[in-house]
Ligand binder design. Sequence first.
Ligand code: C5P
Length: 237
Amino acid sequence: MKEKLILALDVAEYSYAVELVDKFSAYIEIFKVGLELHTAAGSKIVEAIHKRGKKVFLDLKFHDIPNTVAKAGIAAARSGVFMFNVHASGGLDMMQKCRDEVVNVCLAENIARPRIIAVTVLTSMSQDVLKHEIGIQHSLNTHVRHLAGLSLKAGLDGVVASAQEAALIRSHCGRGFLIVTPGIRPSWAAADDQRRMMTPKKALQAGADYLVMGRAILNHADPGQAIKLIQEEMARA
Ligand code: C5P
């Protein structure tokens, strides 16, 4: 369970993030560095996590022209992260070029290849928003399935999606395709801005490989206790 629960370090200060890593290293193997922390603290936070023998999921959701995303992917690989992500809606060429260039650099420089996964549809987005604001006319599930298939075709290792779509993705993309699920809420936690949520136990039962959790842990009065409760629930799945 230590490997499957990824703690989202959604904080703005480098020193606070390091404090959290030191505090929870005994229970957490992979820490997620996202937009807020990376923008505020820079890549030194990635180095600090690695120095403590822990893995980094770099959640910067690259979405740009293929060349720019590929170069960002190479920089991520050289920084030694365990996993990073791109937006599947950036398209096949963008994902493929990123994967190919990262693989080539890793082979040439003898560095461990990071897992590259693609965001399908953000877990904060509802069917209504997808249709009326973004203009996607087919259903959310159809869109997620399509983007997951595109990510597989591009040679990526998996996707970020809501656990509500995990079973659908598993049947469409097969075993071995990673499903990383944010939007996880134990029954006792607040929903915040997430819309497509699931409990830790149900997410694992639906086929999720990794659960990404932030606020349900960090906003808890006793984050250590929250991690313990979540991992106990995961063990029952
Ligand atoms: O606090 P909470 O557990 O909702 O945090 C979820 C984390 O997962 C956030 O860091 C968010 O950026 C990230 N994420 C997400 N939905 C996605 C991809 C990433 O919520 N589709």
